[in-house]
Design a binder for this molecule. Structure first.
Ligand SMILES: [Fe+2]
Length: 173
């Protein structure tokens, strides 16, 4: 599927992400990290794309996708926040512009979690997460102006609405 990136770059991204070992494998995660490193290195090109924006929230823009992976540019308005969540698939992301605050949580039962760590993710930052288990987080734009990030998920966007497996409610640590 061709998205905002144009056929050639979109094809190259999907090609680089091809895997026979599955989208949680070490080789795949290394490939996703390499793709993100390349994309966060061209912020001007990403910012020039006609990306959807949502005041006070975040907007998802499909850049490329197939039956194994989907690649999104997310534009985070001031104050935008996700729920506290984990993922049903691998989740790799890279920061293109602005700053996002990522808070990590530890589940205390099936629906509640306590915060454990907080980090500011600056432009150029790239990370990969494996699904479920202890990988629970929330992303927020607490800064001034939009933030833009690129996300590569190991899911088919035709089959799933999002990467979220479970939503949690925060309780004091
Ligand atoms: Fe997430």
């Amino acid at each position: 599927m061709q998205g905002f990136l144009g056929e050639e770059r979109s094809g190259a991204v999907l090609n680089a992400l091809q895997t026979h070992e599955g989208t949680c494998s070490r080789d795949y995660l290394a490939a996703a990290r390499a793709v993100l490193d390349e994309l966060v290195a061209i912020p001007d090109l990403i910012q020039a794309l006609p990306l959807l924006r949502k005041q006070g929230g975040y907007a998802r823009n499909l850049l490329a996708g197939n039956e194994a992976v989907s690649v999104w540019a997310m534009v985070w308005g001031e104050g935008a926040t996700t729920c506290i969540h984990d993922h049903h698939c691998s989740c790799c992301f890279g920061m293109v512009a602005g700053v996002l605050t990522e808070t990590w949580y530890r589940a205390i039962d099936a629906s509640r979690a306590v915060p454990t760590e907080e980090h500011e993710r600056q432009a150029g930052y790239v990370a990969c997460m494996l699904p479920t288990g202890p990988n629970i987080h929330r992303m927020q734009n607490r800064g001034v102006g939009d933030a833009i990030s690129i996300h590569i998920y190991g899911y088919d966007h035709h089959l799933h609405d999002s990467s979220v497996e479970t939503e949690y409610t925060a309780v004091a640590g």
